[in-house]
Every structure is written in C-alpha cells, then in structure tokens.
Design a protein around this ligand. Structure first.
Ligand code: ATP
Length: 197
C-alpha cells in the first residue's frame, strides 16, 4: 500500500445460513490470497499447543474481557460454555492498518453493531438466497445440520431477509441463484477495480 492510500475499508458479508457466504469467501481468498484478511478474535479460553497470542486469538482473562464489553470495544461477542469470544473494533482496524481488506462474516446483530460504529467505515454486502425453498434445499443438501438446526436456521433466515429490506442497510444485495453470476458480482464488490474493467 502506498503511504498516501487510505486504509482499505472493511467489508461486512452477511446473509442467512446457507446463502453461500463460505462458498464465495473461500473462492475470494483463493483468488486473492494477499489482499483480504480476517480479524483476530478475543477469547477467554486458554491457548492450545502452538496457538500464538495475537495470531490465533488475543487471549484475555475474564476480567479483561468484561472490561472490554463494558467499554463497548466489541462488535460482537458471545459465550459458549464457560468461554467468551469477541470481535473487537480494534482487531478489524488492525487488519486495515496492514493494508488488507478486513472481511467480517457476521450475522444480523453483528451487522447492527458495525453500523453503529461509523469509525469502521465498512461496506455492507448481503447475500440473498433465490427463495426460501431453495435455501431449504441447500441447507438439506449440505447435510451438515440436524433437522431442528435446519428449522432454526430457516426461521432466523426470515428475520435476516426482513431486516435486509430496511432501506440503506446494505450497499449491495446479491441474489445467489447461479453461482457463477453471484461470484462475478461478489468479486466486483470486493475488488472494485475488477468492476471497472
Ligand atoms: N449458487 C449456488 N447454487 C447451488 N448451491 C449453492 C450455491 N451457493 C452455495 N451453494 C451450496 O449451498 C450450501 C450452503 O452454502 P454455504 O455453506 O456457503 O452457506 P453459508 O452462508 O456459508 O452458511 P453458514 O452461515 O451456515 O456457514 C452449500 O452446500 C453450497 O455448496
């Protein structure tokens, strides 16, 4: 990155479970290995063998984690079992400071949080399934979830699709019908000079 360039704006990718976020992001990282990055999360769990602080996670104490929550330092955070995990605003900025476009793959509540934090200057992309029927077929076809998890994902998808209709929430909505067509649109959003070609 030339010194005069401003840091790349983070990209928030959201969309219902099964809308194709992982599929398209995998392709993006494969096509542009040095251009994008994920933020490093905080966690209160202890490091496993070979996990380096600041690389795998930022390892923090429960007290420190609570302090960060109180300071509104997290875009999103959650507790699983006895361990907490969170994405901090600073972790996203750190990726941008290294000259990479930070990708945030988050759900609706996280999107709302990022929207509240204008200092992140993020761009918002929503992946929309062609229909609820197709979404259901894809979730079943993926064969990674049990029946109750699929039903839960479909119920949540309705909320996400409703929220996405709010004017101005997303900079772009891509309907993931034909994968090649969706990829072209996705690539053009994430790599703007591609769109200009
Ligand atoms: N355009 C498409 N046409 C057909 N199948 C697709 C298309 N896009 C994605 N799929 C398939 O749909 C399933 C769900 O996609 P994927 O796992 O990428 O969704 P996701 O949004 O990352 O879900 P989650 O939020 O649960 O991780 C996968 O099996 C994937 O191969």
């Amino acid at each position: 990155m030339a010194p005069t360039d401003s840091p790349p704006r983070p990209i928030v990718v959201s969309g219902p479970s099964g809308s194709g976020k992982s599929t398209l992001l995998k392709r993006l990282f494969a096509a542009y290995p040095d251009r994008f990055g994920f933020s490093v999360s905080h966690t209160t769990r202890g490091p496993r063998d070979g996990e380096e602080d600041g690389v795998a996670y930022y390892f923090t104490t429960k007290e420190e984690f609570q302090r960060l929550v109180a300071e509104d330092a997290f875009i999103e955070h959650a507790t699983f079992g006895s361990n907490s995990y969170g994405t901090s605003v600073q972790a996203v900025k750190t990726v941008a400071e290294k000259g990479r476009t930070c990708i945030l793959d988050i759900e609706m509540e996280g999107v709302k949080q990022v929207k509240k934090n204008s200092s992140l200057n993020a761009r918002f992309l929503f992946l929309q399934p062609p229909s609820m029927e197709v979404l259901e077929q894809r979730l079943r076809g993926r064969a990674t979830d049990k029946e109750d998890a699929i039903l839960q994902r479909l119920a949540q998808a309705k909320n996400e699709l409703e929220f996405a209709k709010t004017p101005g929430v997303h900079d772009q909505i891509i309907v993931n019908d034909d994968l090649e067509k969706a990829w072209k649109e996705f690539e053009a959003f994430c790599v703007p000079e591609k769109a200009a070609q």
